[in-house]
Write a protein that binds this ligand. Structure first.
Ligand SMILES: [Mn+2]
Length: 384
């Protein structure tokens, strides 16, 4: 028998159990069919987008690359205040030729040198650290054109800037995610032939930023014939992609206008944050001091070395050189060292006795991620 609380939906109220059942069956069948249809559609799209090969094959061919722009592009695009009319879209997200192109695609022409002025640059960028990013999210968003170890080469020209970006590091994974998320697309638009080296100080001893940078220099050169080194703090993201992460006729100070210093140089000789030195410039000053344990002084020492070797400092203007710093509390085991400032007057005597030629350390582990090369190193730090 029918249960009576049921209300007949049909006009006229002629609801018979059998009619209802039929209607219900048809509806169920229809629902099921459409669900499966959508399921298949979704699956198909999902596979196509996430397949690493798809964009590669696609970009290998010339011309019509408008249809299948991978998800990466849209994700990176909103960070630019200057909406970049199709140019960065094309340049900024091209994958490298690094992975062997699959059959049937014409390899990109890599015989031409890249132009001095990278065409895809957009200028001011909006940088925002309010939303947390996981490493996986960053991988999904920016890694499609990278090679293992955080390596990249422009797909369509030969870059003369073979840049190792060296980041002294300990316990700042959250910052690293932001850094990778913002910097990779910028460095790609700058058409650099680059690799990212995160030099992680092992243990809880006193931190030594300059020594880790020396380690990065040596270890990066074991990978590739880099001719330029950019040394960057993990928490500094440029707000303008025209701030070029390359080397110049003189050592370059890039972080000239940090938000924490009200977008000004804190003092004239400031060389902290982000800097670049060619291989020759680096060797000319015997690299960096290894003896600045704890916070402070090492950047001033490097500035002193540069002057004593007759070089000057190159800098971008204050607009181009804007940086946003990720806010943080002072790290453990990186206290300000009162011994450091006193060493600055001695640089003339110490430069040749403390630096590249006296560097010693032990590599504990090298991990190659798609986004970076992560080198954990024992720098023989004094206990803190
Ligand atoms: Mn900082």
């Amino acid at each position: 028998m029918q249960t009576s609380s049921f209300q007949c939906p049909l006009r006229g109220g002629g609801c018979e159990a059998t009619t209802l059942k039929k209607v219900f069956k048809i509806l169920t069948l229809f629902g099921f069919l459409s669900a499966s249809y959508f399921g298949v559609l979704l699956l198909y799209n999902g596979i196509r987008v996430s397949s690493p090969l798809a964009p590669l094959q696609h970009w290998g061919s010339t011309g019509n690359d408008k249809l299948e722009t991978p998800a990466v592009v849209q994700q990176v695009q909103p960070n630019m205040t200057t909406p970049a009319p199709s140019v960065p879209r094309k340049e900024g997200t091209k994958p490298t030729e690094g992975t062997t192109p699959t059959e049937g695609t014409t390899p990109p022409d890599r015989t031409q040198p890249c132009p001095d002025d990278p065409p895809a640059l957009v200028g001011p960028l909006s940088v925002d650290f309010s939303q947390k990013l996981t490493l996986d999210e960053v991988r999904q968003k920016v890694s499609s054109s990278l090679r293992e170890g955080g390596r990249y080469q422009p797909p369509d020209c030969v870059s003369k800037h073979k840049v190792a970006v060296v980041i002294p590091f300990r316990n700042r994974h959250e910052h690293l995610n932001y850094w990778l998320y913002y910097l990779h697309p910028i460095l790609m638009r700058q058409q650099l032939d680059y690799g990212v080296y995160v030099i992680n100080q092992d243990g809880d001893g006193v931190f030594n930023r300059a020594k880790l940078m020396n380690v990065g220099y040596v270890e990066a050169l074991k990978d590739y014939d880099y001719n330029c080194f950019v040394f960057s703090d993990i928490d500094l993201v440029p707000m303008n992609d025209r701030n070029l992460y390359r080397c110049f006729d003189n050592p370059r100070h890039l972080a000239v206008a940090m938000d924490k210093f009200n977008f000004q140089l804190p003092y004239n000789n400031f060389f902290g944050g982000v800097s670049s030195l060619s291989k020759e410039q680096y060797l000319k000053i015997n690299g960096f001091p290894n003896t600045y344990w704890g916070w402070g002084g090492e950047d001033d020492d490097i500035f002193g070395r540069i002057g004593l070797r007759g070089m000057s400092i190159s800098r971008p203007d204050l607009q181009t050189g804007k940086y946003k710093m990720i806010k943080h509390v002072r790290d453990l085991h990186n206290e300000q060292n009162p011994a450091n400032p006193g060493k600055l007057s001695q640089i003339g005597g110490t430069m040749d006795k403390d630096g590249f030629n006296t560097l010693n350390y032990t590599v504990k582990e090298i991990v190659k991620d798609i986004l970076y090369t992560y080198i954990t190193v024992d720098v023989q730090a004094p206990p803190s």
